[in-house]
Design a protein around this ligand. Structure first.
Ligand code: HEC
Ligand code: HEC
Length: 194
């Protein structure tokens, strides 16, 4: 009986590849698809909702014009602020739409190795996948962080500012962004030359 089982599987595989063959191959131009996914992903990564927390310095930025954070807020030793002024003094686990203070769990500043301000798309992407810069994360861990972390996903639900005006969202929906990150990584996390 075993031999028939094996033959049956071979037959199924045969039909499978025949069916696959008769449809146009899904990834006809994998490089181009990866480039598209990369570009979609980078539209979000370089948006101010992300960049305000990945500055090239010791102070977060705020608002649509990415001005230096008020109250002389500083990163401190661990990105959570200084002893005198912690991020959590003002930032809670969720947006406060009465006061206009944005919030999400573990709100703090990205370490200086993850500073993106002033870099090109390709330079940012190289840092994101480089374990020397990215907090020693594997590519699987980067995928998880980029698609599940509270601070990342906050950007798609950023609340209102202290004038009650909704903060601008990234130009790509959360769903399309997550798909783009996954496709880019599945395609080998290639970084197009610029
Ligand atoms: C004294 C209160 C206070 C402290 C402390 C504070 N913040 Fe803020 N933060 C605010 C307020 C208020 C806003 C909203 C300003 C607005 O949008 O008009 C804000 C906005 C931000 C934004 C802007 C979000 C965006 O995209 O516009 C970032 C980023 C940020 N804070 C990071 C931090 C970090 C990191 C720390 C700690 C190192 C910190 N903040 C400490 C009050 C504070
Ligand atoms: C409130 C601040 C904040 C916001 C907003 C934020 N980040 Fe971050 N980000 C951080 C912190 C803090 C870390 C470091 C966390 C750690 O190592 O555990 C980090 C780390 C990362 C990393 C990991 C490695 C690396 O090389 O940079 C990626 C990728 C990342 N963020 C992407 C994003 C994206 C994309 C957005 C916007 C959609 C975003 N972040 C918005 C604070 C923020």
């Amino acid at each position: 009986m075993k031999i028939y089982g094996t033959l049956f599987i071979i037959l199924l595989l045969g039909i499978g590849s025949f069916v696959g063959f008769s449809n146009p191959p899904r990834n006809q131009e994998p490089v181009q698809n990866t480039t598209q996914a990369f570009n979609t992903m980078m539209k979000v990564v370089t948006h101010k909702r992300c960049m305000n927390c990945h500055p090239n310095g010791d102070r977060p930025r705020q608002g649509e014009d990415s001005h230096i954070h008020n109250f002389n807020v500083q990163r401190g030793d661990d990105g959570h602020g200084t002893a005198a002024l912690k991020c959590s003094t003002c930032h809670q686990k969720a947006n406060n739409d009465n006061s206009g203070v944005p919030g999400a769990p573990h709100w703090h500043l990205a370490p200086i190795s993850m500073a993106w301000e002033g870099l090109s798309d390709a330079e940012i992407a190289r840092r994101i996948i480089d374990t020397k810069f990215n907090g020693d994360r594997s590519i699987e861990e980067i995928e998880k962080h980029m698609t599940e972390d509270d601070l990342v996903l906050w950007a798609f639900d950023p609340g209102v500012n202290n004038e009650g005006i909704p903060r601008e969202k990234p130009p790509v929906s959360e769903k399309d962004y997550i798909q783009a990150v996954k496709e880019w990584i599945a395609g080998g996390a290639q970084i197009p030359e610029q």
